[in-house]
Design a protein around this ligand. Structure first.
Ligand code: ARG
Ligand code: ZN
Length: 879
C-alpha cells in the first residue's frame, strides 16, 4: 500500500499533447479528452507494456483508440484507473469521454462548484478525477482546452495558457472559450474556471518588453478589495526579474479567488486559483497580517512559475524541490519588501510553532520523505518551512553571489524538465566545488538536531573554547542517525557589548563568523579573546536546530541590549521570558518569585522599548511574550496546559504591572489618527500598539477592560477591531457579550470577516469555550463543507487554544475526534489536517495523554475512514 521513493520508475508511456473539451454542467460535466501517446524511448523494458491510466470517481462514457471504439476486454476499468492490455507499438491517439459531478464534489479535488463558480484543484492527484490520465509529474504535455458553459451562469471561462478563441453557440444559451498553453506541463498544473465573476485588470511589461495582461477575478462587488493583490503581483513579477533574472512567459496571467478551497492557493500555469481569504483586502475588512499573507502568497504562487512549473518535480517525493525553494523565495521577497529582521523573526516563530512539534512527534518525516500512503498528507511544515531553511543554509554556506550562480545554473540546465533534489543540489556543488554529500542528510534524515554547546574562557591565554555536541533523536524506522552539517553563525560579545575580533585557531570556518559543525562533537578554539565573552550563537537562525548553552539571566539581558544581530536580541528576550515562566512552573512557592523574575525581565525589556534606533514592528515582536503554546513546547515533557497557563498569566501580569508607565506611553504615542495605509511602517505602529494593549490586558484590572472596549469601539480598521475582539472574547470583561454581538451585526454579511468572529470565540481560554464552540457548529453561518469555516471554528479551537483543547477531562479531544469523523466523510484532506492537532499528544502529562490516545483510537476504529486520515491516525498510534 505505501508508495516508496526507491520504487520510482520512468513512465512506460509519454503523452505529448492533450486536447480537452469540457462542457460544464452542475451535475453532468462531460469531458472529452484526446491524448497523443507514445512509448517512452527511455523505458527499459522491451516487451509490450500495458497502458495504465489513473482515474477515480469517473463515469466512463466511451473510449476509442486511433478512431476505433474500444470494447472490453480490450480495456478494463477499476476504482483507481483504466488499463489497455496491449496498446500499439507506434504512437497512437486515445479519445476518452468521462462525466463528473461538480455539485457532489465535497472533497474539492478535480472539478467542483464554489458558490456557483466552477473551479478545479489538481495538485497533487486531482486530475485523475477529471479524466483518465498518466497523472504523475514527470509526464509533461502541451494542453489545448475548449471550455463550454451557460452564458448566464458562467460568462467568464478561463484555462491555462493564452486565449485562442471564444464564441457564442447557436441559441445564445451556451458559449465556449479555447485556451492553449504552449509550455509542456504536468497534469497537476491544469486548471479551469467558469463563473460569473468581476474582473480587476491591469498590465505588466517584462524587462524584455513583453506586455502581459493581468487579471484578478473576484465575486461581484469585491473588485476594490483586489487592488492590494494586484499591487503585490506586479511587485513580485519585477522582483523575480531583478533578484533571480526570471521573466514571465505567457501573454496573460490570471488569478481567481474562490470561497471553497482546501489550502491557501495553487500555482496552475497562468491561472492561479486562490482561497479568497488570500486575495481580498480592505482597511475595514482585513488585518495587517492578512495584507502580509496576501503579499507573500501572491508572490509564492507567482514564483512557482519558474520554481515548480518551468522546472517541476520528477515525483511527489521531491515536493520540497518546488515548495521549500519557493517558500525561501517568497520569504526573501517579503524580507526585501518589509523589515528583514522582523520577517526573519516571523518565519522562525512559524517554524518553531509548526515544524518543530511535527518533527518531534509521531508525524516526523524528512524534508524529502521516502514513503507515503497519501501524498496530500505531505504538504507539511517540514516540506515547506524546513525545506526553505535548507535552501537558506545553502545560501549561507555559499554566500549571496555563488548562490545566485547556482540558481542560474539550475534554471539553465533544467528548464522544461521534471527533476530531483540531487539535480538541484548538484548545481550548487558545480558552481562552488564544494562537496554537498553530508549536506544531503538534511533532505533524508528527519528530526530537529540539538546542539549542546559549552564555552570556556582562559583569561591568561586570551583564548576561548567552544564544544558543540550534536544529537539527533531516533524516529520511527530510523534508530541511528548521522551528524548533520550545520552552518553555525556566531559572534563573541565583549565587556562593552561589541563583537570581538577573535581568530579561529582550531575548527573550520565556512565563512567569517560561520562555523562548520560536522561531527557528533566539534571543537573550536578562538584566540584574541580579550575579556569574558558572551556568545551570540546561531545568529539570524542560521540553521533549523535547537541550541542550548548555559547563559545567566544577566547574560540574556546583556544580549538583549548589545547584540548587533537583532534577531538574536529578540531570541534572547524570548528565551528569557520563556525560561522565567518555566522556573515559576517548577517552583514550590512561586508567589515571591514572580515579582522578582518579572521585575528583572521588565527592566531589560523597557530598555529596548525606549531605544529610539529600533523600529515599531521590531519592538512589537519583543513585546509579544512567548505564548502558552511556546512555553509548552519549551517544556516538552509531561505538559500540563492549565499549570502553564497559570504561570504564564502570573508572569505576564507582573511584567505588565512593572511596565505600566512605559506601556501607557507606547500606547499613547502610537495612537491611530491617520488614514489607514497597509505599508510596513504603519502596520508596525499598529502592531506595537496592539502588542502593548495585549500585555496591559494581562493585568486583568477594570481599567484594562475599559481600555479594551474603547479600543474596539474606536477602531477604524480591522487590525485594531479584530485584535480587540480576540482579547475581549478571551476575558470576562463586562462588555464581552455586547462587543461580540456588535461585531456579528456589523459583519454578518461578509463571509470572510465572520471567520474572525468564529475564531475569536474558539480561541478564548475561558472555561465555557468548548460549549460555545459546540453551539457555534450549529450557527446558520457555519458550514462544515467550507474549509475556511472549519478552520476558523474547529481548527482555531484545536490548534489555537492550547488551554481549552487540552482540557484535563479530555472533552476537547473527544470533540475533535467526533468532528474529524464527520468532516472525513465529506472532505478527507481537511479532516486529516485537523487530526494534526494531536501531533504532540505524546508529550502531554499522563492523564491528558491517555485521553488523547483514547480519542485517536476512536478515530482509528471508525468503519469508514479515508486513506488520508487512516495514514495520520496510524502513524500517531504506532510506537
Ligand atoms: N502547490 C500549492 C502551493 O503551495 C499547494 C497546493 C496543494 N494542494 C493540495 N491539495 N495538496 O502553493
Ligand atoms: Zn507552493
Amino acid at each position: 500500500k505505501p508508495v516508496l521513493l526507491a520504487d520510482y520508475r520512468a513512465p512506460e508511456y509519454l503523452i505529448d499533447t492533450v486536447n480537452l473539451d469540457i462542457a460544464l454542467d452542475p451535475t453532468k460535466t462531460r469531458v472529452v479528452s484526446k491524448l497523443s501517446i507514445r512509448r517512452n524511448p527511455q523505458s527499459k523494458s522491451t516487451a509490450k507494456a500495458p497502458l495504465r491510466l489513473d482515474g477515480e470517481l469517473l463515469h466512463l462514457e466511451s473510449i476509442s483508440l486511433n478512431g476505433k471504439k474500444l470494447r472490453r476486454p480490450a480495456y478494463a476499468i477499476d476504482d483507481t484507473g483504466l488499463t489497455i492490455a496491449s496498446p500499439p507499438k507506434e504512437p497512437f491517439t486515445l479519445e476518452v469521454t468521462t462525466v463528473v459531478n461538480p455539485e457532489k464534489n465535497t472533497a474539492l479535488q478535480g472539478i467542483y462548484l464554489s458558490r456557483g463558480v466552477y473551479c478545479s484543484q489538481c495538485e497533487a492527484q486531482g486530475f485523475r478525477r477529471i479524466t483518465y490520465f498518466l497523472d504523475r509529474p514527470d509526464v509533461l504535455a502541451r494542453y489545448t482546452v475548449r471550455l463550454e458553459a451557460d452564458v448566464a451562469t458562467a460568462p467568464v471561462l478561463l484555462a491555462n495558457g493564452n486565449p485562442v478563441a471564444r464564441a457564442t453557440l447557436p441559441g445564445r444559451k451556451r458559449h465556449y472559450a479555447v485556451w492553449h498553453d504552449p509550455h509542456p506541463k504536468p497534469s497537476y498544473l491544469f486548471a479551469i474556471v467558469g463563473g460569473d465573476l468581476a474582473l480587476l485588470d491591469s498590465t505588466f511589461t517584462t524587462k524584455s518588453g513583453r506586455k502581459v495582461d493581468l487579471g484578478i477575478y473576484v465575486e461581484h462587488g469585491k473588485e476594490a478589495r483586489a487592488h492590494w493583490a494586484m499591487d503585490s503581483l506586479k511587485r513580485s513579477m519585477r522582483w523575480d526579474e531583478t533578484r533571480f533574472g526570471r521573466e514571465y512567459d505567457l501573454d496573460v496571467f490570471n488569478i481567481v479567488a474562490v470561497s471553497d478551497f482546501n489550502m491557501g492557493a495553487m500555482e496552475n500555469k497562468g491561472l492561479n486559483i486562490f482561497n479568497d481569504r488570500l486575495i481580498l483586502a480592505s482597511a475595514e475588512t482585513a488585518t495587517d497580517t492578512t495584507y502580509e499573507s496576501i503579499e507573500s502568497v501572491v508572490a509564492h504562487e507567482y514564483f512557482h512559475n519558474w520554481t515548480g512549473n518551468r522546472i517541476t518535480c520528477r515525483d511527489w517525493f521531491q515536493l520540497c524541490l518546488k515548495e521549500g525553494l519557493t517558500v525561501y523565495r517568497d520569504q526573501e521577497f517579503s524580507a526585501e519588501s518589509r523589515s528583514r529582521t522582523v520577517q526573519r523573526i516571523t518565519d522562525v516563530r512559524q517554524l518553531r510553532a509548526l515544524q518543530f512539534p511535527e518533527d518531534q512527534g509521531p508525524l516526523s518525516h524528512p524534508v524529502r520523505p521516502d514513503t507515503y500512503i497519501e501524498i496530500n498528507n505531505f504538504y507539511t511544515a517540514t516540506v515547506y518551512e524546513k525545506g526553505a531553511e535548507v535552501v537558506r543554509m545553502i545560501e549561507t554556506i555559499l554566500g549571496r553571489e555563488k548562490f545566485r550562480a547556482g540558481m542560474d545554473l539550475y534554471f539553465e540546465r533544467h528548464d522544461g524538465q521534471a527533476v530531483t533534489i540531487e539535480d538541484f543540489v548538484a548545481c550548487f556543488a558545480d558552481v562552488s566545488d564544494l562537496d554537498f554529500s553530508q549536506f544531503m542528510r538534511w533532505y533524508t534524515q528527519s528530526g530537529t538536531p540539538e546542539l549542546v554547546c559549552d564555552l570556556t574562557f582562559d583569561r591568561r591565554k586570551k583564548a576561548a573554547e567552544l564544544t558543540v555536541h550534536q544529537t539527533l533523536k531516533p524516529s520511527h524506522g530510523k534508530a541511528k542517525k548521522q551528524p548533520q552539517f550545520v552552518p553555525l553563525a556566531i559572534a563573541l560579545l565583549g565587556e562593552n557589548g561589541n563583537e570581538m575580533d577573535f581568530t579561529v585557531e582550531e575548527g573550520k570556518e565556512i565563512r567569517p563568523g560561520v562555523l562548520a559543525i560536522t561531527d557528533r562533537t566539534t571543537k573550536f578554539r578562538f584566540g584574541n579573546v580579550t575579556s569574558r565573552p558572551v556568545p551570540s550563537l546561531l545568529r539570524n537562525f542560521s540553521a533549523p536546530v535547537n541550541v542550548t548553552i548555559a547563559l545567566s539571566d544577566d547574560d540574556l539581558a546583556f544580549t538583549m541590549h548589545h547584540d548587533s544581530d537583532l534577531f538574536n536580541r529578540w531570541q534572547a528576550s524570548n528565551k528569557y521570558a520563556a525560561r522565567s515562566i518555566l522556573t515559576l512552573l517548577d517552583a514550590k512557592r512561586p508567589k515571591p518569585l514572580v515579582a522578582s523574575k518579572a521585575a528583572k525581565f521588565a527592566a531589560a525589556l523597557e530598555h529596548a522599548l525606549r531605544n529610539p534606533d529600533l523600529d515599531d514592528a521590531y519592538k512589537a515582536e519583543l513585546l509579544k511574550l512567548p505564548s502558552v503554546a511556546d512555553v509548552s513546547r519549551e517544556k516538552s515533557v509531561r505538559v500540563d496546559h492549565a499549570a502553564i497557563f497559570e504561570a504564564h498569566r502570573a508572569f505576564s501580569g507582573a511584567v505588565a504591572e512593572k511596565l505600566a508607565d512605559t506601556l501607557d506611553d507606547v500606547y499613547a504615542r502610537t495612537s491611530n489618527g491617520r488614514k489607514f495605509s497597509p505599508d510596513a511602517k504603519s502596520a508596525g505602529r499598529r502592531a506595537l500598539r496592539n502588542a502593548a494593549l495585549s500585555l496591559m490586558t494581562m493585568r486583568g484590572m477594570d481599567e484594562d477592560y475599559t481600555r479594551l472596549e474603547t479600543h474596539y469601539r474606536k477602531s477604524s480598521n480591522m487590525t485594531d477591531a479584530a485584535h480587540a475582539l480576540v482579547l475581549i472574547a478571551g476575558v470576562d470583561a463586562p462588555a464581552r457579550e455586547s462587543v461580540i454581538q456588535h461585531f456579528f451585526e456589523r459583519w454578518k454579511d461578509d463571509h470572510l470577516v465572520i471567520d474572525t468572529w468564529f475564531s475569536a470565540q474558539a480561541q478564548s481560554p475561558r472555561a465555557e469555550t468548548l460549549d460555545d464552540v459546540k453551539a457555534l457548529c450549529t450557527h446558520p453561518l457555519f458550514k462544515i463543507t467550507t474549509p475556511n469555516k472549519v478552520r476558523a471554528l474547529i481548527g482555531a479551537f484545536a490548534m489555537g487554544n492550547p488551554l481549552q483543547f487540552n482540557r484535563a477531562d479530555g472533552a476537547g479531544y473527544d470533540f475533535l475526534a467526533e468532528k474529524v469523523l464527520a468532516i472525513d466523510a465529506l472532505n478527507p484532506q481537511v479532516a486529516s489536517r485537523m487530526l494534526g492537532a494531536f501531533r504532540s499528544y505524546r508529550s502531554l502529562e499522563p492523564k491528558r495523554k491517555n485521553r488523547a490516545k483514547a480519542a485517536l483510537k476512536r478515530v482509528a476504529d471508525a468503519t469508514h475512514l479515508s486513506r488520508d486520515c487512516r495514514e495520520i491516525v496510524s502513524r500517531m498510534l504506532e510506537d
